[in-house]
Design a protein. Structure first.
Lengths: 768, 328
């Protein structure tokens, strides 16, 4: 019974977006709105001696300048769980002291009547600093390495399974290599932006965020006001890629500035410099991979040692070894994670944090080992296929990776691949094929939804989660449409407002998997309540029928075996003189009934909505929840100049049931395009003398353009995973960027015989 | 951005008069480079003189067979003009290898001649730069110099000239028509751009209030056999790591005439006279192409992060020679 779910339905908000009518955080105008332009430190470590604002204040239209001297005191914003809000730099709440921890740290906000005046005045501030010698590079001698004990999500990044050292010593075939990846910046199209205004002691904030509920929590805690006094609104987000998952200083600076001048204040980070210094990044990594196998290709032992960077004001771990724990059936495995503190802003989750750089290194190592063993790379992966999760021995909730290997290989023409590198030439071009495995956890947490089914025959559901550009508005509406039997234009999902019931942070590819079951349960409850009204009502054709026999479809309800007995929601509600029917659902799979949660110390109550109750059995004792897939790539390399062109990407993914084929494909393609960036052109550079960002805008920081993007063939198993939810769908987001970078690197090697182990593989690195 | 006034003028005389005696005045055509620089507080003109009403938008064939390109002809109009496409493919290809369609639709020929470097440090007012602030020092020589020049550099500056169009124009020996306070004059292309030397902030030989009127492309029959090869980090919308404009006259397997210029490696659009000399009357073969490339790059001076450019420039040039030499 799913007419609309699964279809490649166009985005409900597509027209709004392409016509510019969709309001983003920076586009909410309030009467009296003024503009804040943040000013950043140009030194890397030290403190401010003096801020001379005399010239800036002479400019007509400058209202005030917010600095550590006149900024309100902020309270520590406890919490590290992204669902309840995570401030990205816990030891550097904005403008609280004269101390400078990194180049690009916010040190002032110039507030003026227009953006142009604020910008001009910002250039006139004269800052006098006391400078100290910073730690600016992982490889620098002052850089000290330590082993962090907590990664994203709280688990240890360190792992010891079996005896890896012994196993490596005894292995017949040994392999060891080091791979490096540079810093990446998220670069969402929409820059970080915040509009804030105070009404007495009530605060309203429009913020570009992946977590509306979290921002509300953080602002309430940080500013010392009750949560009920803070409203956060974020109806549209122009991409986040993780940078808007944690909360950055701009979200505080706007309300702080608004308080100072008693006017609404808008702050938008500039694309150049600000988006590259104070809105997060992916840490660089150095990854050493060791593998030991027998001559038949069975890998007995492995080691994955990562060194990544964090800041001096918080700890974030780019856990590159995280996917290595579950990818293959390795009896002996050491995952080691080292961290180095640098005087840079704090890194944060970026497009599959850990998995993206980790699967690059590990899946290239697999390719290198395959060559050493003289085994086809795809065959090597099948030899080491993990039927159960090697990390905890549990069954996977649903794993159909072999189908992915098969379909991807057929699509790219894997059989045409020459195992000898550099063997296939077309004129001056070298042709190569590569593949790699993709994987990402299938996350699901807690969501609450309320739904109203109106007497005029339309339904509206609301949840405080976000559509970060992935299609949440559309997909949730598809679920409502199918259950209620209404057409797409009669169902609406509302998102991105802290007045709505709490939904998840849009991180970890969990929005859909978490929210869809709650939407489903709420829609089922609304339908059920309507039908129950009818079957108890003598005036209804459904009087004394069985609820289970009544079907909703084509905008009406009817009895399954007697379709002449039918009526509409409108008829039922009108007869009962009801304007609407309410429904609400909370689906919470993070805790078992009776267990206490970290936020409120209240024991979890069993769900009241029976449909929600049915759908809380995400049995983590029995199953491991992960998605898998495979990328296959064909490249063409100019043998003279080293320029690489990705010709085709075939991706086959197992992410459970597909709810919207179009948005799901877009997610996988988008991830793979970022993989092209990682493989061939992306990477941030810091000045080797000063530690200041060098690649400070989109002219110098290269993301793929249309001409870099190849033909795609994206396929899905579309096999429902009812172990994760009754919707049957796992997240289809970040998995797209995992493995793809390795697949491209492996294809470049197959084409050229050159193994570049330091990303990106720019033309200069392929000349040698 | 600093505040400025905008003045619209109707003819060249008014434009020159408006700029005369005001060192803080600037002409603006498409503004695709100037406005960016103003936003970054690198250019701080007090007065902008908008040239877009001037009648400098024509491409015409002169009686001597040369082509006169008005200073306000857009990059798009020049690149797609039938005479340019058929007679000077290297110029058409060079322009289309640069920027994006949106930028080319408004960027002008005159403005392209005055395009400023994309050096990271020139663009960052928080760092020393001799080009931006004479005498403050060069951050690139000891800094991250991957995109910087290896030909024509000085102790003061290694900033790369960014234009693609100018690389083709220097190969074609274009002539720049200028009008100033003292009337009209012409400047040979090779004399137009200055090497950085001791004064990297001086980028060309224009006098204050000089206005570029046109670029004249001399007739050159064998330029119909020409190409522009550009190597960069991505397939489009990116500046050259190395580029080569080549026109070749090959008769009976032997090179009779050659015009060669390099981009992405020079502090100005780099005419490769040594490579041309090395090819004249030589067989159009791979080994001679390699020799010519070696000859041009033998004195290249690299820094820590751009040592690859010597080899890359050679290969880029060889690739263009192969294409025009009928080998690919």
């Amino acid at each position: 019974m799913s007419a609309i779910v699964g279809q490649p339905v166009d985005r409900k908000d597509g027209r709004l977006k392409v016509t510019g009518a969709a309001p983003y955080a920076a586009e909410f105008f309030q009467a009296g709105l003024v503009y804040g332009v943040p000013v950043q430190s140009t030194i890397t470590l030290g403190h401010i001696n003096n801020i001379d604002s005399s010239e800036a204040k002479k400019i007509k239209g400058v209202i005030d300048i917010l600095t550590y001297k006149n900024a309100m005191s902020l309270h520590q914003t406890a919490g590290g769980d992204p669902n309840s809000g995570k401030f990205s730099e816990k030891d550097l709440l904005p403008l609280q002291s004269e101390r400078i921890y990194y180049n690009g740290q916010h040190i002032a906000v110039v507030i003026a009547e227009t953006f142009e005046i604020a910008e001009h005045a910002a250039a006139l501030l004269r800052i006098d600093y006391n400078e100290e010698k910073p730690v600016i590079d992982i490889a620098q001698s002052e850089a000290k390495t330590y082993r962090p004990q907590q990664g994203l999500g709280g688990g240890s990044p360190q792992l010891k399974r079996g005896e890896a050292d012994d196993g490596l010593d005894r292995a017949g075939v040994k392999f060891e290599q080091t791979y490096t990846t540079p810093v990446y910046h998220h670069n969402p199209m929409e820059p970080h932006s915040t509009c804030a205004y105070w009404d007495g002691d009530s605060l309203t904030v429009y913020d570009a965020t992946q977590g509306v509920f979290g921002v509300q929590n953080l602002l309430a805690n940080g500013m010392g006001i009750p949560k009920e006094k803070v409203r956060v609104i974020s109806p549209f987000i122009g991409g986040g890629f993780g940078s808007k998952g944690f909360t950055w200083a701009n979200t505080f600076l706007a309300p702080m500035a608004a308080k100072l001048v008693n006017r609404p204040v808008k702050i938008v980070l500039s694309r150049s410099f600000q988006m590259f210094t104070c809105a997060g990044r992916r840490s660089s990594t150095i990854q050493k991979i060791s593998l030991g196998a027998d001559s038949g290709g069975k890998i007995s032992s492995g080691k994955h040692e990562t060194t990544s960077e964090t800041s001096f004001v918080d700890e974030f771990v780019e856990q590159a070894g995280i996917a290595t724990r579950i990818l293959y059936d390795l009896a002996n495995l050491d995952i080691i994670q080292n961290l180095v503190r640098l005087h840079r802003g704090t890194p944060c989750p970026t497009r599959a944090p850990g998995e993206a750089p980790g699967t690059y290194a590990f899946e290239v190592a697999m390719d290198e080992l395959a060559e050493k063993l003289n085994i086809d790379p795809l065959q090597l992966r099948l030899i080491n296929y993990a039927e159960k999760n090697p990390f905890d021995g549990k069954e996977f909730s649903g794993k159909n990776l072999k189908w992915c290997y098969q379909q991807g290989a057929a699509s790219i023409g894997w059989k045409d691949r020459s195992s000898k590198p550099g063997a296939v030439k077309e004129g001056k071009y070298l042709i190569g094929y590569g593949m790699a495995t993709a994987t990402y956890p299938a996350n699901r947490s807690k969501a609450s939804v309320k739904l109203k089914l109106y007497a005029d025959g339309h339904a509206v559901a609301a949840c405080c989660t976000q559509d970060i550009g992935t299609g949440t508005y559309t997909i949730m509406a598809q679920i409502m449409a199918d259950i209620l039997g209404l057409p797409m234009d009669k169902v609406e999902m509302k998102l991105g407002d802290s007045l709505f019931p709490q939904g998840p942070n849009s991180g970890g590819s969990q929005t859909m998997a978490t929210t869809a079951p709650a939407v489903r349960a709420a829609a089922l409850q609304a339908k059920s309540r309507t039908i129950q009204l009818a079957i108890a009502d003598k005036r209804s054709p459904f009087y004394q029928q069985q609820e289970a026999d009544i079907i909703a479809a084509d905008g009406k309800l009817y009895v399954q075996h007697d379709q002449a007995r039918q009526e509409t929601y409108s008829q039922i509600l009108s007869r009962n003189k009801m304007e609407w029917i309410d429904a609400d659902a909370t689906t919470d799979v993070t805790l078992k009934d009776g267990q206490k949660g970290p936020e409120n110390d209240q024991a979890k109550k069993p769900a009241e909505n029976p449909f929600a109750k049915q759908d809380e059995k995400m049995d983590r004792e029995k199953y491991a929840f992960h998605s898998f897939g495979a990328h296959f790539v064909k490249v063409r390399v100019d043998s003279l100049t080293g320029m690489v062109k990705v010709e085709k990407i075939s991706s086959a993914m197992d992410v459970g049931k597909i709810l919207n084929e179009k948005t799901a494909k877009s997610q996988i393609m988008g991830g793979a395009i970022f993989g092209i960036g990682m493989a061939l052109m992306e990477g941030s550079v810091y000045d080797p003398q000063t530690g200041r960002i060098v690649t400070k805008d989109l002219a110098d920081y290269h993301v793929p353009v249309h001409a870099d993007i190849p033909a795609f063939d994206v396929q899905f198993t579309d096999m429902p995973d009812y172990n994760i939810s009754l919707v049957g769908s796992r997240g289809a987001g970040e998995i797209g960027i995992t493995g793809i970078t390795a697949a491209i690197a492996n294809a470049v090697y197959n084409a050229t015989g050159k193994r570049v182990r330091d990303l990106p593989m720019t033309p200069d690195k392929l000349l040698a | 951005m600093y505040p400025f006034t905008l003045v619209k003028v109707n003819d060249t005389a008014a434009a020159i008069k408006s700029a005369s005696g005001n060192e803080h005045a600037k002409f603006i055509g498409g503004g695709t480079n100037l406005v960016d620089l103003m936003k970054m507080n690198i250019e701080k003109p007090e007065k902008l003189i908008d040239l877009n009403r001037l009648a400098l938008k024509k491409i015409e064939k002169l009686s001597n067979g040369n082509i006169l390109v008005g200073a306000l002809v857009t990059n798009t109009d020049l690149a797609y003009h039938p005479l340019i496409r058929s007679h000077y493919p290297l110029l058409s290809e060079a322009i289309l290898a640069g920027a994006s369609p949106q930028l080319r639709n408004v960027a002008t020929t005159g403005g392209n001649l005055l395009q400023r470097t994309r050096c990271y440090y020139f663009y960052d007012t928080a760092t020393p730069c001799n080009k931006r602030e004479p005498g403050s020092g060069c951050s690139a020589i000891s800094g991250y110099s991957r995109i910087h020049a290896i030909l024509g550099t000085s102790e003061q500056c290694i900033a790369t000239h960014p234009s693609d169009m100018c690389v083709a124009m220097t190969a074609l020996e274009a002539i720049i028509h200028v009008e100033g306070k003292d009337g009209k004059r012409i400047i040979a292309f090779s004399d137009f751009h200055s090497l950085p030397g001791e004064h990297p902030h001086i980028e060309n030989t224009l006098a204050p209030a000089d206005l570029i009127i046109a670029a004249e492309i001399p007739a050159l029959g064998f330029a119909a056999n020409s190409t522009y090869v550009k190597v960069r980090d991505r397939s489009s919308f990116d500046f050259a790591l190395a580029s080569a404009a080549v026109a070749l006259d090959v008769q009976a397997g032997s090179v009779k005439h050659a015009r060669i210029a390099l981009g992405g490696v020079g502090t100005k659009p780099w005419r490769a006279l040594a490579a041309e000399q090395a090819l004249i009357d030589k067989p159009a073969t791979m080994s001679h192409f390699e020799l010519a490339a070696d000859e041009e790059l033998k004195n290249a001076k690299t820094t820590l992060y751009n040592s690859f450019k010597k080899e890359l420039a050679k290969r880029t040039l060889i690739s263009a020679l192969q294409k025009t030499g009928g080998m690919v």
